[in-house]
Design a binder for this molecule. Structure first.
Ligand SMILES: C[C@@H](N)C(=O)N[C@H](C)C(=O)O
Ligand SMILES: [Zn+2]
Length: 272
């Protein structure tokens, strides 16, 4: 879909996920490249495949909180394929996001990305998870929806536009921003639909729900939002439009670049 939303058919672990468009199963072999600088943990980072960039190399001011590389996400553990907490994107998408960030900074905000390029192996991990019995994160991330319905309800894509490299999940943080609170795994879970002062304390402005809140209240135009949350979502939509990104109406955080460079390729190289 042009909005970057998910395929609405039943999820399939056999979704096309070639790196090059020529093979249904193989991933991109990273090209020979200059050694990458050390990452945040001091680990060296893999070269980025042709046509892709690491977002900080294009705009180091954009904040990152790559949830699928951590335990603070709807599955409650790092997701397959996220070996480093990096935001990798098609170059055009990263450059478009830089234009959005310039507009956001001028208004006193910064973008913060939660997810960028997503390998097909991560989607396959989500599909396996949706079919198992684990519900450890239900109380926070999908309090009212059965996990077996998350694909059919449109909250998780299989395949997903993220695997094409020009889709991002993101929010706005007011400048100067406080630190992102860390996530203690033993903290009691609070529904992502609870008021901002009660749910997990993200340092973003109030969007009415937390990130990856699989609930009708996360629909961008949901009725019943506070005026503040409604205005904040509208601000994000306007800012993203300056870079050519369109919102997915079921998730206030999910945007896809119009005219994306790899519209039919679902990549599978790991984020590392
Ligand atoms: C899972 C969530 N962050 C997301 O991106 N959902 C859309 C529908 C997707 O997976 O494509
Ligand atoms: Zn998304």
């Amino acid at each position: 879909a042009s909005c970057g939303g998910p395929a609405r058919s039943a999820p399939s672990a056999r979704a096309s996920h070639s790196a090059t468009g020529s093979s249904p199963t193989s991933g991109v072999s990273p090209p020979a490249a200059e050694p990458s600088p050390p990452g945040p943990s001091g680990a060296s980072l893999a070269p980025v495949p042709p046509g892709f960039v690491a977002l900080p190399d294009v705009d180091p001011s954009i904040l990152t909180d790559i949830r699928y590389a951590t335990a603070h996400n709807f599955v409650g553990r790092p997701v397959a394929g996220y070996r480093q907490p990096r935001c990798l994107l098609a170059r055009q998408a990263a450059e478009a996001l830089h234009r959005v960030q310039t507009a956001a900074l001028a208004r006193g905000y910064s973008l913060k990305v939660y997810d960028c390029y997503r390998p097909q192996q991560a989607v396959d991990d989500f599909i396996r998870w949706a079919g198992d019995r684990d519900q450890r994160m239900k109380a926070e991330f999908y309090p009212e929806v059965d996990k077996s319905a998350l694909f059919d309800e449109g909250y998780i894509g299989g395949p997903t536009a993220h695997s094409r490299g020009s889709t991002v999940d993101l929010t706005l943080v007011a400048a100067p921003h406080g630190d992102q609170p860390s996530y203690p795994p033993d903290r009691p879970l609070v529904a992502c639909t609870a008021p901002a002062g009660q749910r997990f304390p993200d340092n973003s402005i109030d969007m009415g729900t937390g990130f990856d809140c699989f609930d009708p209240l996360a629909h961008t135009a949901a009725p019943g939002l506070s005026t503040v949350a409604r205005d904040n979502r509208a601000l994000l939509t306007r800012l993203m439009a300056t870079g050519g990104f369109a919102n997915y109406p079921k998730e206030w955080w999910h945007y896809t670049l119009g005219g994306e460079p790899f519209p039919r390729t679902y990549f599978d190289f790991p984020v590392e």
